[in-house]
Design a protein around this ligand. Structure first.
Ligand SMILES: [Zn+2]
Ligand SMILES: [Zn+2]
Length: 255
């Protein structure tokens, strides 16, 4: 069954590194294949201790949007887990060039041969995995090379907007999303390159997804309580056919 599991819903430095909310990324099952997106700190522990009975050796591919530690902290542990310490060659890693070959690459070189394949992500390129295709529709505006993903199966289109500053190009890039997952770090816009709630409202209005999940919350969002933010947004968008769901740690949504 297709499903989205939010291993953690925390984002950015303070929330993740104090573990005010868990981190660990998103487990996405589409067409009976398991994808792990952005395995931040704690991902492996969150997976093996999940009440949803997740098995890391069943992960087909890991997708890294960018190399910041709140997205990549557990990538090496996850490679060991998928391949049972390198004894079983499997798993495909998709990651930006900067995360693999830039200054301070985040994937240990000695682990790379454990994987079935490593693919360097490129803007606008299409990738396919048995019945799922996905693309990186646009390069994000973030401090390091960053992409989001647009997944397509014959049943559904899901957009994942990873860390980025708001810019108009995001709207067209993710326009097809029926389900939209947005990393929203801040309550109010700031000079830092992250999305705020104001930016999310523009994205919802313009992209018009059926469901919009909010996740990767920073301190200013946590203080306002994500469930209250969700209630307010659903009221504000009650004239549109959209449901806004703030993620919580371990939350599962069946598609
Ligand atoms: Zn982040
Ligand atoms: Zn980042």
């Amino acid at each position: 069954m297709d499903r989205i599991i939010f291993l953690g819903s925390g984002g950015a430095r303070i929330v993740v590194f104090k573990q005010i909310r868990a981190s660990g990324g998103i487990w996405l099952t589409l067409n009976n294949q398991n994808l792990l997106i952005d395995p931040g700190p704690g991902s492996l522990v969150r997976i093996v201790s999940s009440r949803h009975k997740l098995d890391p050796t069943k992960i087909k591919a890991v997708l890294l949007s960018h190399k910041h530690l709140d997205h990549s902290g557990d990538i090496n542990n996850i490679i060991e887990a998928i391949t049972v310490g390198g004894t079983e060659k499997r798993g495909i890693l998709f990651a930006p060039y900067d995360a693999l070959e830039g200054d301070d690459p985040v994937v240990y070189r000695y682990l790379r041969s454990y994987l079935e394949k490593i693919v360097i992500l490129k803007e606008k390129e299409n990738y396919s995995l048995d019945g799922i295709s996905f693309s990186c529709p646009i390069r994000h505006e973030h401090r390091t090379e960053t992409y989001g993903f647009l997944f397509k199966t014959d049943k559904i289109k899901i957009g994942y907007i990873a860390d980025t500053k708001f810019f108009d190009g995001l709207i067209n890039a993710y326009k097809e999303s029926e389900i939209l997952i947005v990393n929203v770090v801040r309550e109010k816009p700031s000079e830092l390159d992250h999305l705020s709630l104001e930016d999310v409202k523009i994205l919802i209005k313009e992209i018009r997804p059926k469901i919009c999940f909010l996740t990767h919350f920073g301190m200013t969002i946590i203080r306002k309580k994500p469930f209250l933010i969700g209630e307010e947004l659903n009221k504000e968008f009650s004239n549109m056919n959209v449901k806004i769901i703030p993620a919580s740690d371990g939350m599962k949504y069946e598609l």
